[in-house]
Design a protein around this ligand. Structure first.
Ligand SMILES: Nc1nc2c(ncn2[C@@H]2O[C@H](COP(=O)(O)OP(=O)(O)O)[C@@H](O)[C@H]2O)c(=O)[nH]1
Ligand SMILES: [Mg+2]
Length: 201
């Protein structure tokens, strides 16, 4: 842990989307430094957590919104997209359908928000090397389709593992840099001093 001054205090809301079981809750838990859980628990409704990362010399504060992937929680989801600064689209590299369903997730986000937000795509469970069922070609095709519907030329993609922590820090750095560049109105701006910064990996 490092002690650093934070002169900014920007807080960005990140909405995690993707089919049930792709690893959204596990990724968030990994960021928060909690132990990886192998027993599967369905996320009920919505969970919110804050996390800080040092990006290009600045502490960036994120608010993670973990939305339930299950269809029956749809009414909760629409309410919780409101105010999002970015969307993290997660699929499971061992389940091709979860990759194809990202198009449905993108549609849902775009129809719930009246403004453009940056997206990032995480292909999770990269550690399950023998069980990967999606080719790089397939991933590129879907990313290209998803990118056409946003104002961003190409949505960044990261192969990740909530189990090992692979690429999680890099993914958050990428989204943080995009947000810092586009400088949308954060949730609040205030002065924080002596924050502690966590490390995802
Ligand atoms: N091997 C492996 N398993 C994972 C990974 N991420 C999640 N899981 C497992 O996949 C299951 C579903 O994860 P969870 O985070 O609950 O998915 P969610 O429904 O998207 O929130 C759990 O059994 C996790 O242990 C990963 O990166 N690697
Ligand atoms: Mg969950």
């Amino acid at each position: 842990m490092t002690e650093i001054d934070n002169n900014n205090g920007s807080l960005y809301k990140l909405s995690f989307c993707g089919d049930g079981g792709v690893g959204k809750t596990s990724i968030i838990n990994r960021y928060l430094g909690q132990e990886f859980q192998t027993n599967y628990k369905v996320t009920i409704g919505c969970q919110i957590a804050t996390y800080e990362q040092l990006i290009d010399g600045q502490i960036i504060k994120f608010q993670f919104w973990d939305l339930a992937g299950q269809q029956r929680f749809e009414f909760v989801r629409s309410a919780f997209y409101r105010g999002s600064h970015a969307a993290i689209l997660v699929f499971d590299q061992t389940r091709p359908l979860s990759l194809h369903n990202l198009q449905k997730w993108e549609t849902e986000i775009l129809s719930n928000l009246k403004y453009e937000i940056p997206f990032i795509i995480l292909g999770n469970k990269s550690d399950l090397t023998g069980k990967i069922q999606v080719s790089d070609q397939e991933i590129l095709e879907i990313i290209s389709k998803l990118s056409q519907r946003t104002q961003i030329s190409k949505i960044p993609y990261f192969s990740t593992s909530a189990q090992s922590g692979f690429n999680l820090k890099e993914a958050l750095t990428s989204i943080g840099q995009t947000l810092m560049k586009s400088s949308p109105q954060p949730i609040y701006q205030t002065i924080f001093r002596k924050q502690t910064v966590g490390n995802a990996s």
